[in-house]
Write a protein that binds this ligand. Sequence first.
Ligand code: G3P
Ligand code: MG
Length: 250
Amino acid sequence: MIFTMATNQPLVIAHRGAKGEAPENTLAAFRLGLEQGCDAIELDIHLSKDGEIIVIHDATMDRTSDMTGTVNKLTLAEIKQADAGKWFDEKYAGEKVPTLEEVFDLVPEHIMINVEIKGSYNRKLELALADLMKRKNRVHNVVISSFDHKCLVFMKLLLPDVRIGLLYDCNIGRHSALAATTGVPVFSLHPNAKRIDKEDVRDAVEQGLQVYAYTINDAAKMEQAIDAGISGIITDFPGRLREILKKGSV
Ligand code: G3P
Ligand code: MG
């Protein structure tokens, strides 16, 4: 297929790692995303009972491990007892639920990490996150996103240089105008891909915003988003998107 995308090379953002082919939010999924040539990794975080930042999508262990219970009521040592791989495929048996620090240690510094805050836990999570990003020297290559925009404003107070991205899943009149509602500088918009069209993307990019849409897995829809001038595509299949981009640049 021929399509016009010579100038637009959006970031390939591996959603919860290469979620389509490996157990989401595990080191195995992040490694696979890196092997497939992603530019960035998206992951989700919660806080454990003992204040560790845990990389997991749901507030409970139930769906993505062989353990049940609420992440915030378990200690890190308890969470580490869980197998987070074999629910997906027996070949991933033994995968653990990682901490954010373990992901920072795994992912090379030139790869952007999009950390999605899933719960604030009375601001304890944001405080722990700001400390960890400073300690691991990750302030400049992370984008913090959340559907809870107040968390993001608080992150900006803690770390004025941090890049924040607004997640949303609604039809709004002018997407770029959402940035001004926070009262702080916004780096990126993270709309549900179903809610945004080419004009919205063009306007937001002209206003100086990055636009990272989620979650696009279908090849034809990836091509449409590339054609629309999107800045990044959050996908469960980073390898598929990388192949499309390689073909388009020949
Ligand atoms: O960050 C994009 C996307 O991950 C938001 O939705 O539910 O997959 O975390 P969810
Ligand atoms: Mg997410």
